[in-house]
Design a protein around this ligand. Structure first.
Ligand code: HMG
Length: 464
């Protein structure tokens, strides 16, 4: 049985920090953020927003746009790493909010959980819910998977310029109009790691930035190797002499903690795929240097990062490789459109990969490309760490959905924060009743209970 994404809706907070203002305030070169990391704006939540109301807002948009009633939904999952409680799942808050609009107990028949594995959990949630549909358990109902996060790092840290916030809701069913997932090729890798983690009670993560970058590349590559094997053995993809499987994937969507990470990941994968093909010789010639090899290829990530000579040469080779016409062509044709939204919004953790999908669809459509039948490959990564690689094919009915996609219009009028306002919100110096923006057709947080008997209970309201 088929399963996939029927439609997708997003909710992004309208407050933002401009990366050039931010860079100047922190004594950084604005070009480092704009060009080096590909960050132009970071979406920031208002004082009356949390990951639950972001998720409920995305979900409500999805339901209203598709005229779906709660009775049409069998499962509502929320994947997040910005959990509000150690026990109570985020989807229960979302159901509480949606029932303010659809009526008390209107979701009573529905099931679902909160999923956690850093940024990759949304992909696991999609996979599990697609299998629920494939198993014939859905009884004609759809599933909704919502990915919702607030990427927040310590003030003054290297992570601070890779923040963002927002939510994406995806409607899944057995006759998807947007994207049907390829079955039996989804592949994973997993390892106990401390590249990025957030211990209990800490609002911001502990991050080993350069370690996390390299681990992401390695883990995605491992999952990709397993995907390759499955796709070739199942004959989903057939290779001719001198080809790589990536020649048969029309678009790539990667997890995007910042937009240039997509380019880094593409360069890492292509180098390893093309290295064994006849085309490699003339590509290396264009770089004017030999591809460097690590002194200890089986060494730990720490030992590779500590090998300054290798890292320097490898960095230089990657830089030259990304300037070759073969790389540029691949990048422009298959990746660039998926990176546009990330630069406008920032890291959304679980939602970043799906913001990339949304961006790819919108900006490729705008180029006038016929997307029907195109295969999208996904590289999902979550710190801690696990990767998932999977693929899907764009369906004939995509046009009716994609023609109206406009991320800027969907976000609405944005308000730039001064650095003082941003720091006030970041340091939680404003309560829910001191929001900067007036709520319009959205759920907001109105109170967090402080009394000992109901500490932590959250109240939300819908403002029409
Ligand atoms: P950093 O040390 O500040 O930056 O950390 P850098 O020195 O690596 O520079 C970044 C890029 O800017 C480099 O480009 C520089 O060359 C360039 P590259 O060489 O790599 O292509 N640059 C400039 N370009 C133009 N003009 C200039 C200039 N100066 C430098 N003047 C880092 C960057 C991302 C590590 C940091 O921000 C960080 O720790 N972020 C948080 C962790 C993170 O995002 N890790 C990504 C991988 S792990 C992941 O994706 C999972 C995650 O989403 C969490 C989850 O799973 O839940 C984070």
């Amino acid at each position: 049985m088929a399963a996939g994404i029927d439609d997708i809706a997003l909710y992004i907070p309208r407050l933002f920090v401009d990366s050039a203002d931010f860079a100047r305030a922190r004594g950084l070169d604005p070009a480092k953020l704009k060009t080096g990391l590909g960050i132009s704006k970071m979406a920031i939540v208002d004082a009356n927003q949390d990951p639950a109301c972001l998720a409920a807002n995305a979900c409500l948009k999805l339901m209203q746009k598709n005229k779906i009633a709660p009775k049409d939904i069998g499962r509502l999952y929320v994947a997040t790493e910005s959990a509000l409680d150690e026990s109570k799942a985020l989807n229960s808050y979302v159901i509480g909010m949606l029932e303010q609009v659809y009526g008390t107990d209107s979701f009573e028949h529905c099931g679902g959980i909160e999923c956690k594995f850093a940024c990759v959990s949304g992909s696991y949630a999609l996979y599990d819910n697609c299998n629920w549909i494939r198993a014939g358990e859905a009884e004609g109902k759809s599933a909704i998977v919502v990915v919702s996060d607030i990427a927040k790092y310590d003030l003054g840290s290297a992570g601070e310029y890779t923040q963002g916030a927002g939510s994406i809701a995806m409607l899944l069913n057995d006759s998807p109009r947007l994207l049907q997932f390829d079955s039996k090729v989804t592949s994973t890798s997993i390892k106990n790691e401390y590249d990025f983690y957030r211990p209990f009670g800490k609002e911001t993560p502990i991050v080993h930035g350069q370690y996390s970058n390299l681990l992401y590349l390695i883990q995605v590559k491992k999952a990709f190797e397993s995907y390759k094997k499955k796709a070739l053995e199942s004959k989903l993809i057939k290779l001719k002499e001198g080809e790589t499987i990536l020649d048969h994937i029309d678009y790539l969507c990667m997890h995007l903690p910042y937009s240039t990470m997509g380019k880094k990941a593409l360069a890492y994968l292509l180098r390893r795929e093309w290295r064994h093909l006849p085309r490699w010789k003339q590509i290396v010639e264009q770089t004017g240097m030999d591809e460097p090899a690590p002194r200890n290829p089986r060494g730990t990530i720490e030992s590779i990062l500590a090998d300054d000579e290798y890292m320097g040469k490898d960095h230089e080779f990657t830089r030259l490789f990304t300037k070759t016409k073969e790389f540029q062509q691949f990048y422009d044709d298959k990746l660039a459109s998926s990176l546009v939204a990330s630069a406008m919004i920032g890291n959304l953790y679980t939602a970043s990969l799906y913001l990339g999908l949304r961006s790819c669809l919108e900006f490729e459509f705008q180029k006038g490309v016929d997307l029907e039948g195109k295969r999208i490959g996904f590289g999902s990564y979550g710190s801690g760490s696990s990767a998932m690689v999977f693929s899907g094919v764009i369906q004939p009915a995509y046009r009716e959905l994609v023609k109206d996609m406009n991320i800027e219009a969907e976000i609405g009028q944005r308000r730039k924060l001064s650095l003082e306002e941003y720091e006030e919100i970041h340091e939680n110096r404003r309560g829910p009743h001191q929001s900067l923006l007036e709520a319009k057709k959205e759920f907001v947080l109105v109170n967090v209970e402080k009394s000992p008997e109901s500490r932590g209970e959250r109240k939300y309201a819908f403002y029409d």
